[in-house]
Write a protein that binds this ligand. Sequence first.
Ligand SMILES: [Zn+2]
Length: 416
Amino acid sequence: MRSTADIRRANAFDVVRALHGTADASRREIAQATGLSNATITNICNLLLTAGVVTESRREKAATGRPTTRLTLNPTHGRFLGVDIAETYVHVETLNLALDCLSSTDLEIDYHRRRPRQIVERVTEAIQREAEANRSLPLLGVGVSAPGQVDQVGGTSVFAPNWGWRNVPLLDLLTKALDAPMRLDNPLKSLVLAQLWTQPLRATQDFVVVNLGTGVGLGAAIDGHVLRGRTNSAGEWGHTVIVADGRQCRCGSRGCIEAYVGASGIMQTLREVAPNSPVLHADDQTLTMRALAQALERGDPAALATAERTAHFLGIGLASVINMLNPEVVVLAGWVTQLLGERLLDMARPHIARHALAVSMMAASFEIEHPRNNSVSVGAAATALEAYLEAVMATDESASAKDPSNTPAPSNALSG
Ligand SMILES: [Zn+2]
């Protein structure tokens, strides 16, 4: 059951989301956009004004009565860092309260230097470069996305199969280098948060983001809440068995969806269809997927057969998602989607329709994500923004409850 604090937090998120993507808004317009009562809007806006999150931008002269104050997100209040740690790179973005990207840093991660200390060193270097880049803005929080299963509460990388990591206290190691509030999540949850915070309708929809890349998985939001499960592992759809005793998967099991629709699975299919295809670039997934996309454009038979087989597995997998979660929207995301997503989705549609239940299928629409910038970084920054807003809202709870155990106001914002 949701507590009063949960509801207040959700209301504050709705108010800030209403101010995203608009230059400014009156309290009345915010009330219309969120469906919240005037009293609630007044209370939340007062707190956000006191904290400096929003400012009064201008007053409109009304024909009768008092002039209307318009509110805007304060562009100089502070910044967040969104950190996308992937298997081969780290990408750090600086974002403002509106989650607009101000600058970014990219560093490669050497696959042979993947011990926790080595990766933390690399990630710290990227974070510190970004922290230096916009020193005039106070740093309000850092959101970190790390691959594999993560324990959000403990800040631990529980299992990162590609690096062979188990129970690495990632946030503890990172906060040694930068004293700022930090939150940890994984890319699937970050993709969902990016949708929730940057797409106007998403907070009211049940939706799924399917990530197609080297790894395959999904994130889901039900009623505006990220589906996490008991151990934050919900969404490991890529490791659902689709072929009994099928291909070996890197998770240790056999026949997983990822082994057929992940980048290396698609490469294996191409190898089976045409072992000598010039489209194949041994050990280079990116080059192969790019070449495959071009070969599909020119109607290459081996490329078409590979895409057809991949789409068959993808369609069956997506039908299971439709049957299990009954989503309104399925968003395909990830770097393989950017290259092959349109074609794969077209080819997968008949398979989805064949295997999904009719009523659920009728309710679902499919979209390809066209990100403006790195969605994982945007989602990671959104977790930091949420943490910051929670702290702002908690100041009022502590004041009204007069309870010394309540969380104090966020006082550890860094001035660069
Ligand atoms: Zn697997």
